[in-house]
Design a protein. Structure first.
Length: 313
C-alpha cells in the first residue's frame, strides 16, 4: 500500500487547538492546555507528516509550537495574513475554527513554507525582555506627551510615574545585558552586530531575538522576512512602482531608526544614501534601500562570523 504524505494545520485560540489533516480531511479539537497539547503531540507523532503549519496568534501558539518542536515534529509558524490571502485566492470566504484549520493545512500542502529556526528557552527570554523594553519606552513616550498638556496637580503624578518607568527601563536594560553576557554565542553575535557604525544595543537585541533566521538565509529572504524587499506591482500593461510590505513590523521599526543614525555616522551607508538621492530617489525610498542594505550586510556578517569593515557595504 502506497504511503500517503500528510499535512497538518492547527488553528490556535485561547481555549482550544483545532487540528486538520490533508488530504484525509481528518479533524479534531483539544483544549489549549498542557495536558491536552501532549495528547495532540502524541497523536501527530503517529502520522506520517510532511509539515505542521501553525498561525502566529500573538503568543498563544508558543506552547504548542514548543511542544511540537521538542518532539522533533516538522512545524512552521506562518503569518495569518498569508493564510487569509490564500483562502481568498482559493475561494474559501467563510470562517470557522474547523474551516480555518483545513485552510492552514491546505496552505502548507500548496505553498510548502520553509521550516525556520525555532526559538529556544534562552532566546524566548530575550525576546520577552526586548518586547517589555519596547512597552516601557512606549509608556514613557506617552507619559511625557501627557506631561506637556497637564495641569500642575496632575503633572506631579505623571512625573512620579515617569521616574518609576525610567528605573524599570534601567532594570530591563541591565537584565538584557546579563542575559546576553551569560551566552557566549549570543555575546559573539551581539559584538558582530554592534561593530557596525549606527547599530546599537536595541537594534542588535531586536535582530537576534526577533529575527533568529539572521545569518541562515539568503539576502532576498532576510529582506522579505523584515519587510524591506521590493516586490513588483504590475498587471497587464500597467507597471507600478515596486513596493515593500509585510514582514516583522517590530524589527523593521527598530531597523528604520538605526538606519537614520547610520545615514549620518556610517560612511558607507551615508555614501550609498547620497548616491541614491543624487539619482533622483525620494528620501523615503532611499532610506528603505539603506535599511535593506544594512540588514543584508548584517546577515552576511553573522553568517561569516566577521565584524564590520568598510568594504562590507
Amino acid at each position: 500500500m502506497e504511503k500517503v504524505t500528510l499535512w497538518a494545520g492547527i488553528d490556535v485560540s485561547e481555549k482550544s487547538l483545532d487540528v486538520a489533516i490533508r488530504p484525509t480531511k481528518e479533524f479534531w479539537s483539544v483544549s489549549n492546555t498542557e495536558t491536552e497539547i501532549e495528547k495532540a503531540v502524541e497523536k501527530l507523532l503517529e502520522l506520517s507528516l510532511e509539515l505542521i503549519v501553525v498561525e502566529a496568534t500573538g503568543g498563544l501558539e508558543v506552547e504548542v509550537v514548543t511542544a511540537l518542536a521538542s518532539a522533533r515534529l516538522p512545524v512552521v509558524v506562518v503569518n495569518p495574513r498569508q493564510v487569509r490571502d490564500f483562502a481568498k485566492a482559493t475561494g474559501t470566504l467563510a470562517k470557522t475554527d474547523k474551516l480555518d484549520a483545513h485552510v492552514i493545512a491546505h496552505f502548507g500542502e500548496a505553498v510548502r513554507p520553509e521550516i525556520r529556526p525555532l526559538k529556544d528557552e534562552k532566546l524566548q527570554e530575550l525576546t520577552d525582555l526586548v518586547a517589555r523594553r519596547r512597552q516601557i519606552v512606549d509608556m514613557l513616550t506617552a507619559e511625557k506627551n501627557r506631561l506637556k498638556r497637564s495641569s500642575k496637580r496632575v503633572a506631579q503624578d505623571i512625573k512620579a510615574h515617569i521616574s518609576w518607568l525610567e528605573k524599570r527601563l534601567e532594570k530591563t536594560d541591565a537584565d538584557l545585558q546579563k542575559q546576553m553576557e551569560e551566552s557566549p554565542v549570543w555575546r559573539k553575535k551581539d559584538e558582530i552586530c554592534r561593530s557596525v557604525p549606527g547599530v546599537g544595543k536595541v537594534l542588535s537585541l531586536s535582530l537576534l531575538t526577533g529575527l533568529p533566521e539572521l545569518g541562515n538565509v539568503s539576502p532576498r529572504e532576510i529582506a522579505a522576512l523584515v519587510g524591506v524587499a521590493p516586490f513588483n506591482h504590475d498587471s497587464g500593461k500597467y507597471h507600478g512602482r515596486r513596493i515593500v510590505w509585510g514582514g516583522r513590523a517590530n524589527v523593521r521599526s527598530v531597523l528604520y531608526m538605526a538606519t537614520l543614525t547610520a545615514v549620518r555616522f556610517n560612511a558607507s551607508i551615508k555614501a550609498f544614501y547620497e548616491r541614491l538621492i543624487s539619482k533622483g530617489k525620494k528620501p523615503k525610498v532611499a532610506i528603505t534601500a539603506c535599511m535593506r542594505k544594512l540588514l543584508v550586510v548584517l546577515n552576511a556578517m553573522i553568517r561569516n562570523g566577521t565584524k564590520w569593515q568598510e568594504n562590507h557595504a
